[in-house]
Design a protein around this ligand. Structure first.
Ligand code: BG6
Length: 251
């Protein structure tokens, strides 16, 4: 903390807390756009915050993404009586950074259990309805809906849409509606309005109000607009970010 004080990061954290209306903000030195090691440090920052707040019986829902994946990498092995679940279906992510993969890795580090959701994204409404009716999937969905901690990444709309090989007409819709941000399958404009959502099952935005700790993790100057937009849309209790994003938001 002394080092943070010296680097002026404590001040940045206070300014961001006020600006984004978030209870706790952690700013990691550096910019993950420029230095990939900063993402690992973001992961370490979340791991530390998480270990402080975890209680027996907690159910942690996680999204996919390289930033959330860094948390599991950075966590020391412990023994906690917790369950980890993916927040939603696959959302077209590479398997290494899919929510299911991260949930299993996190549970292993925490010494807890995991429940996985095997549901591809972008299915028709009909297909989704029959998947939901399956008893095994229904029980995982129930665990997801009962989660009391959510850890989610934030992405730039264009970057995420490309990464997910989104259909051209959706790309067009995103562009026309000035989408700047993405979080767990929802796309937002700069004012935090939802402009599109990927069809999937699991947590919905409206479920977030029942989750007692929503932890957002995203860094890099390029994500500044996205972080702001998502912070307007829904309440986060903790944001772990980096200096690159923080400076850009405050400018
Ligand atoms: C995806 C999540 O897996 O990761 C998105 O579904 C999130 O909601 C994204 O925006 C963030 O990815 P990264 O790699 O930039 O941390």
């Amino acid at each position: 903390d002394y080092i943070k004080e010296l680097l002026g990061l404590t001040n940045l954290e206070d300014l961001l807390k006020a600006r984004l209306n978030i209870e706790k903000v952690v700013v990691i030195p550096g910019d993950s756009d420029e230095n990939p090691l900063v993402k690992d440090e973001i992961g370490k920052g979340v791991a530390t915050a998480l270990l402080k707040l975890l209680k027996d019986g907690d159910v942690i829902a996680v999204t996919g993404g390289s930033t959330v994946a860094a948390i599991a990498d950075q966590l020391p092995k412990t023994t906690k009586d917790v369950t980890v679940v993916p927040s939603r279906g696959a959302l077209g992510e590479q398997v290494e950074i899919q929510a299911n993969t991260i949930a299993a890795a996190l549970a292993n580090k925490l010494g807890g259990r995991y429940k996985l959701l095997h549901a591809p994204d972008n299915l028709s409404q009909n297909a989704l309805s029959s998947i939901i009716a399956d008893p095994k999937i229904a029980s995982v969905l129930e665990a997801i809906k009962g989660s009391n901690i959510l850890i989610h990444g934030i992405g730039e709309a264009g970057v995420l849409a490309q990464r997910r090989s989104t259909d051209p007409e959706i790309l067009d819709k995103l562009e026309k509606s000035n989408a700047v941000a993405e979080a767990f399958g929802y796309y937002f404009d700069a004012k935090g309005n939802i402009v599109h959502q990927v069809e999937s099952i699991g947590l919905k935005l409206t479920d977030l109000q029942h989750i007692s700790k929503v932890i957002a993790v995203a860094g890099g100057k390029s994500k500044a607009k996205a972080i702001e937009a998502v912070a307007i849309n829904h309440r986060q209790h903790i944001l772990v970010t980096d200096e690159g994003a923080a400076m850009e938001i405050l400018n």
